[in-house]
Design a protein around this ligand. Structure first.
Ligand SMILES: [Zn+2]
Length: 264
């Protein structure tokens, strides 16, 4: 008898405790939702138009920012173009030096710019860019899309700079815009896109949601980097996507503009 009432008392206490926890947690969850830390649902888009095989891109008349309005996004000091990010430390990312050793992530040069959302005061709004629309920076043709798994998708768009009979990378008549850490891809390889067209949204990386935006003068890194250099060893630069970071054994070739990455 005494044991049974003890059980009942424990159950009552547990019930009250659960009620208190729910009542305490509800405003917290609601506030997190309101502050945007819990991402809103994805916007809905019309389906992508049918695949068009590799047309010649129109000449790009002008360039814009991939996240709009441009004033609402900006890089952190460590996520600008051409900088090292000491915060990444000694872990080797993707480059091997001439001796085969892993190059510390903190020594790599950022080949693009990481755009985070800014609040009204111009401060970083962590996670605020989640699912924001990503726009093509100019008229062009999508030449590459890749599901990079936990890093989101990569999209590369080719932009023609001068009128002429054929597009020639050697003549410098094209540039390429690269969008990384995106999801809900709205375009396919071979599809023409117009400046400002929504091609994807910023991939949800929690507080770290950002767009890696890269501009470069080369299409395919696997044909670009001389044999024996870090870029040719099948590392970050030495394949088609070639996104993110650059490095070289020779310091004179290490900075990203040497091989044709451009400062957006
Ligand atoms: Zn980046």
């Amino acid at each position: 008898m005494q044991r049974e009432s003890g059980c009942r008392r424990v159950l009552v206490v547990m019930f009250i405790a659960m009620g208190v926890i729910c009542l305490t947690a509800a405003p917290y969850v609601w506030n997190r939702y309101l502050s945007g830390l819990i991402p809103p649902p994805l916007p809905s888009f019309p389906p992508a138009p049918p695949y068009t095989p590799w047309p010649t891109p129109p000449v790009a008349a002008g360039f814009d920012f991939p996240l709009l309005p441009a004033a609402s996004y900006g890089p952190l000091p460590n996520t600008r173009y051409g900088v090292h990010n000491p915060a990444f430390g000694d872990r080797s990312n993707c480059f091997r030096d001439a001796g085969g050793g892993g190059v510390p992530f903190s020594q790599l040069y950022h080949a693009g710019i990481d755009l985070f959302a800014l609040d009204g005061a111009g401060q970083t709004a962590w996670g605020g860019a989640t699912h924001d629309p990503v726009h093509a920076v100019a008229d062009g043709v999508v030449i590459y899309t890749l599901d990079a798994g936990a890093d989101g998708y990569i999209i590369i768009v080719e932009h023609r700079l001068a009128a002429g009979p054929a597009l020639s990378e050697a003549e410098g008549s094209a540039v390429y815009s690269v969008y990384w850490h995106v999801s809900s891809v709205q375009v396919r390889e071979g599809q023409p896109v117009a400046r400002g067209q929504i091609i994807a949204v910023v991939y949800d990386q929690g507080f770290n949601s950002h767009l890696h935006w890269e501009m470069r003068a080369f299409r395919d890194g696997s044909n670009l980097f001389p044999a024996g250099t870090a870029g040719a060893r099948g590392t970050c630069n030495g394949h088609f996507a070639g996104v993110g970071y650059t490095w070289d054994d020779d310091p004179a070739r290490a900075a990203p503009d040497y091989y044709g990455y451009l400062d957006p």
